[in-house]
Design a protein around this ligand. Sequence first.
Ligand SMILES: *Cc1c(COP(=O)(O)O)cnc(C)c1O
Length: 461
Amino acid sequence: MAALPSVDRLLALGHTLVGEFGRQETTRAVRDVLGVWRTALAEPGSKAPDRATLLRQIEESLRERAVPSLRPVFNLTGTVLHTNLGRAALAEEAVEAVAAAARSASNLEYRIDEGKRGDRDEHVEDELCRITGAEAATIVNNNAAAVMLVLNSLALRREVPVSRGELIEIGGSFRMPEIMARAGCRLVEVGTTNRTHIDDYAAAIGPRTGLVMKVHTSNYVVEGFTASVPEEPLAELCHRSGIPFATDLGSGALIDLAQFGLPREPTPTKALEQGVDVVTFSGDKLLGGPQCGLIVGSKEMLAKIRRNPMKRALRCDKMTIAALAATLRLYADPDRLAARLPTLRALARPVEEIGGLADRLVPLVASALSGRADVAVTECQSQFGSGALPQQRVPSLGLAISPRTGKRSRGAALRRLAKAFRELPVPVIGRIRNDEFVLDLRCLEDEAGFAAQLARLEPKP
Ligand SMILES: *Cc1c(COP(=O)(O)O)cnc(C)c1O
């Protein structure tokens, strides 16, 4: 067997790598690379590598392992709030607030003026009440947790009537009937899949009822011969019967999106005006903030919710609270909201602006693919995502990349193309539509960063 240098010899030669990655990691990489070569050299007639080759392989191994698992990507899927891609991107103000909260000690549960213990909710409660008109507010880990906590706090071992048209499943195994059972409540199905009337609720309410719940059917629509009971009469019925009334709004646009030229979504403000006692919604959907679940409503209900020991198990960390507080502050200035909040900025982005971007990128992408594919501007339809406004599409523009191959090898060529874009330093995630690989440019803000890495598309022709 041809001689390989010793581990110590390679560590000495690669001292700059030791400086960058540390002795332990570099030793691991050296051993790995030597191990592979020892096996290879056991074959008769094989040739030992030179030192430069060994060092290059050691460096490659180190760089590969140093790439973090969780990292930024370009979301060009056309789904603005993509759950698998982290939903809402935070505003710069929120990012800075997270960094500040993470970097040092803070008054997370401490009242500076009084020098006494405080509550972490205090950093967001006033602002949430101001925006929604609620008497009180709290936050937990996500909206699923918010729904769970509301049910468990207000209706433990009691019945909860819900319309059969609203027994939803949200992606990731959030099914209303199962959440009810786990929260310790007995679901009472009301009405039929397509039609539920106020009398159905009236018949379902009795001495064992703990809470009436309405669920915003955020990810599907019931169409045709349908009827559901609006909040107002249902609130009236609940209050006459002395039963609290909760609504799970899900996507929960905090303010009316119509002012930004977008479709209208029910807001917590409106629900509270209509007499709902407790409203739950997500922080990282249309609100455009961090993952969390918001609960707003009456003082009395919120006091019960806060007393539940489960609240402690579902609480948010300081970085989430910092991000949410900074995001909520942006809502105080609606005129600049669409410019500062990335979710809204993407959704309200004028299609002409996206068109300009597309025109500039076509020649760059075409040249990076150097004749392997045709690139053209294409019309596409962006979606809100995360179950928000499932029927609504926002017209957008993108790049349609079409491999120059025969019909039979087209599927494989498209998959290779999609993979090549995913393997860029900042992975580009698009989607395959019909016979093309499509990049919806609505969410592309870092044009320069996108263009700069195109030269690294592999394989080269
Ligand atoms: C999205 C959604 C949920 C779950 O919210 P998470 O923040 O993802 O936990 C619950 N209910 C409705 C109606 C939703 O749209």
